[in-house]
Design a protein around this ligand. Sequence first.
Ligand SMILES: Cc1ncc(COP(=O)(O)O)c(C=O)c1O
Length: 421
Amino acid sequence: MSEESLHHLSPVWTHLSDEIIERGEGAYVYTAGGRRLLDFTCGIAVTNTGHCHPKVVKAIQEQAAKLIHAQINIYYHQPALRLVEALRGVVPPALDTFFFSNSGAEAIEASVKLARHATGRPGVIVFQGSFHGRTIGTMSLTTSKTVYRLRYQPLMPGVTVAPYPDTYRYGWDPEAASQWCLKELRHLLHTQADPSETAALLIEPVLGEGGYLVPPPSFLPGLRRIADEHGLLLILDEVQSGFGRTGKFFALEHFGVVPDILVMAKGLGSGMPISGIAARRELMDRWQPGTHGGTYGGNAVACAAAAATIHVLQEEGLVDNAARQGQRLMAGLGNLQSRYPVIGDVRGLGLMVGVEFTKSGPDRAPDPAAAKAVQARCLASDLILLTCGPYANVIRWIPPLVVTGEQIDTALAVFESALSA
Ligand SMILES: Cc1ncc(COP(=O)(O)O)c(C=O)c1O
């Protein structure tokens, strides 16, 4: 293999490390040279079942040997039907009809197209700090960093941004922040985005790229109420928070909210590119045949991987493990927070945990340099962690759901030595 080829990859991709990874197993990835790294990024919250889970690999291999591509407009195939059956066991029962695509952005686009088509209204309201993808449409819905829209203007019109209860940044009591944001949303519907021209509210139930922010308990139920009052659809983007990540199958279960459209990707396929949306039959029936689709959506091998992924999560109790190991991780990080003042906040649900680095002082100013230095030291000690947040000052912990207590403890020890260094 010629490493000279590295120079022919587009520079638009940023790189956390220069390693060339040869194989992965569970929570680890390995280089050809034999270096083993503890991968607490999961390929950005994708490999929830761990790298190359044997049952997922087997499902992929068996399906690839039978049929790789069976275009869904031309004929049906068994893996898509098996996936529907598996998904019906884990999504809210009312959301009984599915559309499949390949990436998270594509599924978000599908949700917005369905919402516009079904309601006949053009507008979408998103929330400050959200990340929904990088296509022209989804970039227009994304407000977690300006870099995602830099020199790509003009954006898609019809998008209005409402405040998100970022309680740590505001320095407010969570409930006060929640009520203020709900009030501002009502104000916005009265002053900027008339409900008669608004199709949907679109939100991540736990903000991902925007900083791993968990909303106060009253916020999502409040959005559901406002949506119902005005006939708006509520779209939940569970691309990052889904498939056991938060210690429940979907993060929506923490808040007792059922959306009109649920958006899924990442963890769904254990690394095979597959995404989808789920909605009520009655809503899907308003999507005129032929007005949306794609060549690969619902690819047979990807569907087989996704069905196997759901079975593995269920059979191996991985969602409960995420809740359990998440508690262990939060306790360990809470302990470090009490000893290292550079850690301003530790927050999260299950194995979706953020550690925010801030400078000392009452204004909680972001400290991206500290986050970057700690991340680099962890990498040098074979622990891979990602950052997030508008200022890249939040280290996010996204280990696979197969992670063991021992691996969590190892990672915490590496993190502590990076902090003390
Ligand atoms: C919440 C959320 N929505 C949408 C996306 C876009 O997914 P993809 O990169 O597969 O297009 C992401 C990706 O990070 C995400 O985290």
